[in-house]
Design a protein around this ligand. Sequence first.
Ligand code: PEP
Ligand code: MG
Length: 586
Amino acid sequence: MRSERQERVLAGLAVSPGIAIGTLYVHEPSVVAVSAYAIEAGAVDDERARFRRSVEAALQQIEKLRTKAGALPGPAQEAATALLDVHRQMLSGSRLVRGVERRIAETRINAEAALEAELAAIAESFAAIDDSAIQSRVEDIRGAGERVLRHLTQTAYRSFSRVPPGSVVVAEELTPADAALMDPARIAGFAAAMGGVEGHTAIMARALRLPAVLGVPGLMEAARGAAIAVIDGTEGRVILAPSPATIALYRRQRSALVRQRRRWIAAAGLPSVTDDGIAVSLQANIDLPAEVADARMLGAEGVGLLRTEVQFMNREDLPDEDDQYALLRAVVEGFGGQPVTIRTLDIGGDKRAPALAAHFPEGPNPALGLRAIRYSLKMPRLFEAQVAAILRAGMHGPVRILLPMVTTVGEMHQARLFIQRTARKLRRAGVAVPDPLPPIGAMIETPAAALGADALAAHADFFAIGTNDLTMYTLAVDRSDEQVARLYDPFHPAVLRLIVFAVTAARERQIPVSLCGEIGGDPRFTALLLGLGLRQLSMAPANLPRVRERLRAVDVAEAQALAARAVSAHDGVHVAVLVEHFNGSL
Ligand code: PEP
Ligand code: MG
């Protein structure tokens, strides 16, 4: 495992702990598959608007990449910037853009097909000219066009089935759907130039227990010519063309981590009780059924959050009721009588599903648009299939239904009626469903839900606080954008106060409340969260041992004093210092 190139160390965001050492595999975006269909005359304007939105999204992506290119060393910066400038030019009122719009109107075909046809026509018109400068121009046009196609089709990137076993994958950008395709038996870890700590790509990496680093400026340029890479997902480093001494060092660290995991598995049976005798329930966040065994081995007391959207990604068709039922039943049975909290489809934002793209007009701001429960309530057939699958799975063990992104009492009410109606329909058809129906809970992940938690508590059977989105929406910081990653701060007192709102409302109404954002699995937050009143935390299975170990050392009365100071601190930095000091004394 020697590489000719000199070792380079790049820093990024540590999003999934562990060490990966392997052959470098540079992941390039694939060619996008396009389907062509006719559109009605009345739909031409909408189709053109959809095309323009995709051009806009591609231009925004180019701007982002240009900013990143600014951090590269001299020649790499020039090359990257020049290419991006060409792409920008080609998407700004160019022949390509005008040509596609004309084709949509004149031939009444969908935007993807119009774009493909225009790209082919441009290539053909230059085909006869034997000039390498012109030919590379044609390639640039295709490159710019493919950027737009990717946005139009919301296509997942190429699958990783051909990646040589043991590889380390690096890419400009990896979507959550890309990450979901990675098989930990083949892929040792990954890194990407883009992405933030709490985006779903990061969550997927943790779910798969793949060491990962995101938000690494200059990664693709630095990877050129390197044969081997190390991903240090604990410290947030990518080492390209590592020296033999570096490889040896990281191998030792990797072995130490394996030994530590064995110790943790052995300690999984220890009670989750604080130093002053308060029981805390630790549950698992499950993204993939493959995680069930790990969660049980590490002592999870059920599932606090089952993210169902992963089953909708990476496929051209939609999973039907039976597909969904089969998956849910496997998880419910896997937990052998412990409760499983199944969240209804939380698609939107950075979580995309190609099969839903056609029914999913992406608005100007997807994070604030038609997503999660809003989407389900607008798509009754889709929602009914999911609810029916959940109710049927509920015959195999206790389930709870969790609604994502709730902002109004009306949504709770509407969803409850819908679930009751679906249950009646199933019963009429002779299908057994649980009696009484499963509890229906609300995710508290928007400021509106937290501030209005007292009203919601009257309509919800339980709360699950989602601090990933709660932090994002409270601080107006995109959780998957590495450019503002430093501002993404769940220690911010504004976020803590909203948690208090939710916990207090739940306590007054005597409904269970848990926390299932990523901070639930971060031991730095454990004492603070106990102090804020939480007694139920749900987390990626790999984090269960560390959180259990931490909470066993905490005295809740002391943690309450810490929380009181944190809530009235003037900023998140101050809270981080208070917490660090407290944790250091444990
Ligand atoms: C959250 O927002 O905190 C949450 C748990 O949900 P997700 O990460 O899937 O958005
Ligand atoms: Mg969320």
